[in-house]
Design a binder for this molecule. Structure first.
Ligand code: ZN
Length: 220
């Protein structure tokens, strides 16, 4: 806590001056471009990794970057928090993108694969059930993914499952059908510092370097 308290003072005295005008502008409201869904893991730092300023990312984080699917009526089958973030960002903020981002070394994915049940963490055990479909996809794979541990491969498949779960929300489906919303599945390799994007055409994750960025953005 000492580090956090003195971090506030550091921000006030050294960083705030360059952000002051920006924060004053933001005080009246936000207009983020993207809902960024990722794990609560301390090593995943969205604003740092995508070089965004305050006001640019609407972020929803939880253990394992999970999105419980919705019923046909659009109601969450899990925690209401995720569904609320989706509704608010899509219907009110009208974000143009939703990114689901997993990461290497994810404790949630390791827990899902662990043979012993999480008897001493019943809430966590119930929550991680939303990652079970990713385990089923992992079991269908005929060859191990090159250079990845089992839990890292599960983590990659998990972002695809959670991206699919987003499609169970009527608001998301409607926005996509109207061409005003795009879904992306990303995966962050902590040791390398590389971000990967799922490619629907090649059915693989590819690192987002300059050539890939040009491809993804049409050369912008
Ligand atoms: Zn994680």
């Amino acid at each position: 806590m000492r580090k956090l308290i003195w971090g506030i003072v550091e921000f006030r005295e050294h960083e705030l001056p360059q952000y002051a005008a920006h924060f004053r502008d933001l005080a009246g409201g936000q207009s983020p471009d993207t809902l960024f869904i990722t794990c609560a893991d301390s090593r995943v730092v969205p604003n740092l990794l995508v070089s965004t300023d305050p006001g640019e990312l609407f972020t929803m984080r939880n253990v394992g970057n999970l999105v419980p699917p919705a019923t046909a009526d659009g109601l969450s089958t899990g925690d209401l928090s995720e569904a609320s973030a989706i509704e608010y960002s899509v219907k009110v903020l009208k974000v143009a993108n939703i990114v689901v981002c997993g990461h290497s070394g994810c404790g949630a994915m390791k827990a899902v694969l662990a043979p012993a049940p999480l008897d001493d963490a019943p809430n966590l055990a119930a929550w991680l059930a939303h990652a079970r479909p990713a385990v089923s996809r992992l079991a269908l794979e005929t060859a191990p993914a090159a250079g990845l541990t089992l839990s890292d491969r599960l983590s990659q498949l998990n972002v695809l499952v959670q991206r699919d779960n987003l499609m169970t929300y009527p608001d998301v489906r409607t926005a996509i059908e109207n061409g005003v919303l795009r879904l992306s599945a990303w995966w962050f390799d902590i040791a390398k510092g590389d971000m990967y994007a799922w490619q629907d055409d090649t059915h693989s994750f590819a690192v987002i370097d300059r050539p890939m960025a040009q491809r993804l953005t049409g050369g912008e």
